[in-house]
Design a protein around this ligand. Structure first.
Ligand SMILES: *Cc1c(COP(=O)(O)O)cnc(C)c1O
Length: 417
């Protein structure tokens, strides 16, 4: 059997006994390690690390990161409320959203900070809180990301106030007597470290433009290596020139700027896996493919269908004594949808690509790794009326606890009238 990132045959057996399959499992030790690495991001004059909770918003994860000293980046009013429900103090929550909620003023009164992500949001914020302090999310004109769907900067991205519209922003600031205290950018997920750095230095120009800014939030987007051939980001390496940027800025202007970063993927991606069962197999003849049919699919993991994303897959034979040879398979999901496949060609969600893995038999388990970020949080829940899968936490002492139960059929239909 191939090596697993944080599981072992015996932990897989314990997870299956506790939660059945398919189930998500998160590893406490890995979560603590990633949080520590994020908190060690190089900085000159102070650092706040915000967990971008959209990556995996379960209360147990939010609470763990909260106790470790991470703050929260919320992408909607609902996320901000959900973090509060989990026990996160509103003062630790920052909201950067495409849709400023109707009740944003109430969130702000509770202590949530807002980065205005459009001119319209800035105007609404100013009308509700004249004379207040505010953050501005800007699109610096440069983006990066593994795919166009994960690129959230540059001219093809609607996120943030376009850098050429700052005169209009200034007019709104003046109208409502607002003070800019924070500049925020987030240019994309799976960013190239070079581009990330260039965006950071571009963004410094905006800090300079607003003399009242005390905090610069550079967002997340740090690439992680899910697959063995991929290269992840070393935060010490990306962070060192960022720290110099802040020091140089201080030497030139006398302003000591506080740094914020907002990792989601970096904190979660390799800390989660999906434990599944190979419930059937088929093939399409000598010139076709051998298929593994899993008891999971886009209902738990839609990154492969959405982005052609690659996730490691490890066959765990039900019979520990069975000798394992290698074989090539296409792994498909359980939805009646040809797009529900888990081994797309890299970067091409339209094409299949057989993957070498251990020889499989029906009834074996298959572990899908790199599934901590944007998996449980982002899937076609209840498609084909499959119930939402449970989530488990593998504790540091080796015990397995359920942090979310499997949904029931009654729960799937509970809001129907
Ligand atoms: C999604 C998001 C992040 C996190 O991105 P990752 O690529 O998961 O690190 C950070 N900040 C904002 C504003 C986001 O929307």
């Amino acid at each position: 059997m191939e090596a697993l990132k944080f599981l072992s045959r015996s932990s897989v057996e314990r997870i299956v006994a506790t939660a059945g399959t398919p189930t998500y499992v998160y590893d406490e030790r890995s979560l603590r390690r990633q949080a520590a690495a994020a908190l060690a991001f190089p900085h000159a004059f102070g650092l706040t690390v915000r967990y971008a909770m959209k990556a995996c918003p379960s209360a147990a994860i939010l609470r763990l990161f909260d106790t470790l000293g991470l703050h929260v980046d919320a992408s909607s009013g609902y996320e901000a409320r959900r973090a509060m429900l989990a026990g996160v103090k509103p003062g630790r929550i920052s909201l950067s959203t495409q849709e400023l909620p109707e009740d944003f003023a109430e969130l702000v009164r509770l202590g949530v900070t807002v980065n205005a992500c459009s001119l319209r949001q800035l105007d609404r914020y100013g009308a509700a809180f004249p004379g207040a302090k505010v953050g501005l999310r800007l699109n610096p004109g440069l983006g990066s990301g593994g795919t166009t769907k994960t690129n959230v900067g540059g001219p093809a991205s609607s996120f943030g106030i376009w850098h050429e519209h700052l005169d209009e922003a200034d007019a709104i600031l003046t109208k409502h007597r607002l003070t800019v205290e924070r500049i925020h950018t987030h240019i994309g997920s799976g960013s190239d470290p070079e581009v990330w750095l260039r965006a950071a230095s571009l963004t410094m120009a905006f800090v300079e433009r607003y003399a009242t800014v005390t905090t610069l939030d550079l967002g997340g987007g740090f690439k992680v290596a899910r697959m063995a051939h991929e290269k992840g980001t070393d935060l010490q390496i990306v962070g060192a020139p960022v720290k110099r940027l802040f020091e140089d800025f201080a030497a030139r202007t006398g302003r000591k700027i506080h740094l914020e970063i907002e990792p989601g993927t970096f904190l979660m991606a390799n800390c989660g896996a999906i434990v599944t069962t190979i419930q059937d197999m088929t093939d399409t003849g000598a010139s076709g493919y051998r298929f593994l049919k899993l008891d999971t699919g886009m209902t738990e993991l839609c990154r492969p269908s959405l982005y052609g994303a690659q996730h490691p897959m490890i066959v765990v034979p039900r019979d520990a004594a069975r000798p394992t040879t290698r074989a090539e398979y296409v792994a498909v999901g359980h939805c009646c949808e040809s797009g529900d496949m888990l081994t797309p060609k890299a970067g091409d969600p339209e094409a299949l690509e057989p993957r070498a893995m251990g020889e499989a038999q029906i009834g074996d388990w298959l572990v899908i790794e790199g599934a901590g970020a944007y998996c449980a949080a982002m899937s076609t829940t209840n498609y084909n009326s499959f119930p939402q899968a449970p989530e488990a936490l593998l504790k540091e002492d080796g015990s397995v606890v359920t942090i979310r139960r499997r949904q029931t059929l009654e729960q799937i239909v509970q809001n129907e009238v």
